[in-house]
Design a protein around this ligand. Sequence first.
Ligand code: NAD
Length: 506
Amino acid sequence: MNSIIYQNLGMAETHKNYIDGLWQDAATGATFKDINPARNADVIGNFPESGVEDVDDAVRAARHAFKKWSRRPAPERGDILRRIGDLLTERKSELAFQMTREMGKPFFETKGDVQEAIDTAYYAGTETRRLFGRTVPSEMPNKFNMSLRRPIGVCGVITAWNFPVAVPTWKMFPALACGNTIVFKPSEMAPHSGALLVQIMADAGVPPGVLNLVQGSANAGRALVEHPDVNLVSFTGSTVTGSKIGETCGRMHKRLSLEMGGKNPMIVLADADLDLVIDGLVWGAFGTTGQRCTATSRLIVHEDVHDELVENLRQRAVALKLGYGNDDDTEMGPVINQAAMDKIQSYMDIAKDEGAEILTGGKPASGEGLDDGFFFEPTILTGVTPEMRVAKEEIFGPVLSVLSISSYEEAVQVANNIEFGLSSSLYTSDVTTAFKAMHDIEAGITYINGPTIGAEAHMPFGGVKGTGNGHREGGWEVFDFYSETKTVYVDYSGQLQKAQIDNVDD
Ligand code: NAD
């Protein structure tokens, strides 16, 4: 166990929403329970099961706060973001510990999750001094053309549980930088991490009403999306949920960013450095117990190196140390809940029915320290073909589907034969093939000689096809999503000038 001792086993704390600067219960008083997926007897707490009334209160507070916050000089908002970065740095271990306890990934991974939030805070803080517009020559004399940015209004932020600190900050920090206010609904599977993040942001000086937290499940999310005074929705979660949200936002003309599921391919060609591949593969497929939108879930490997690579991988997979992520030697944690266990198990039957082979794993893990949690063995499916469901559907667990190919062209075809398009990777020692792949693979992200995971906060992040709707998080592009372009013409000629008419000789 690492140095922070948590002694609250079995004693459930009751947590609250954060609306207009006050911590408060849901209007109905209803709560839901949050447990440790590695040690089910460890109840983290009870959280408000919010509904329409709570969302309405939060949106009203955010709307009221918008007036002042949006007019504050952007660099001043940046100062607060940098203070958030400082506090996250100070509380990194504490936050990571609680995150591991709540959603299961090992402590070294949750520290990375917090670090991503720290990087995002400093990056967004600095960008408040670079929220550029443009000046452009006018086609008329004595006229000045420019564009500038305006904030959008109240942002509804709805997130998944697997990056419970980093992903909300990808949305909230640029939203705040641009002058928007927020109602945040974290996943019902990671409410504690969401609440701790909000507390840090409040402690750093985010004013009351600028950031509001509404806990709860799909009902609360739906109320937020449907609220007429929410101008923008930023969602990370499954493609099924994202599609529903997309319908509502389309109907209500809301600005919307969707970051959804993945089925990410790693292509390994015959000229790849297999020692490099194996490390990337173990990390890509089994890091975060395979519960990353960017997890390597398909290995598309050249037939000449298939057997050697798969056997090496099998040896590494069976040697992985499963356990509670706050124990020092744990390499892979649990999956999030019983529903995830059931879903993963159901895909084992599907794989067998379709003719794939379970090379290793394929069942819940048992043994010392594993029987009171949702542990599933690292699983490798071989003999998978492109049309099988295990090659196409997101399983979201420690399951790797292996497909054998005989050429680069076939590998790309197999990689693209999918409804998703988030991340991808190619291992090769041939620079020509590497550059071709950057264009050929249909995905928002391509790694060359690295696994499908490893996003950096200052680079655009997002997917194509069923994964996204054309926006990017992270990097410089996200600031375009959280601001509206205003075009301004200043005519100082002292007379009426008619564009496209006065200056054209017919
Ligand atoms: P989910 O879709 O079940 O839930 C996500 C969030 O949406 C939760 O907060 C949930 O309460 C809320 N929600 C559910 N129904 C809703 C509705 N009808 N209206 C409004 N809100 C609603 O997803 P999950 O199981 O929490 O997360 C796993 C999924 O997230 C995977 O598919 C994974 O690939 C994806 N994910 C994507 C990214 C990315 O950046 N592309 C990152 C992390 C996770």
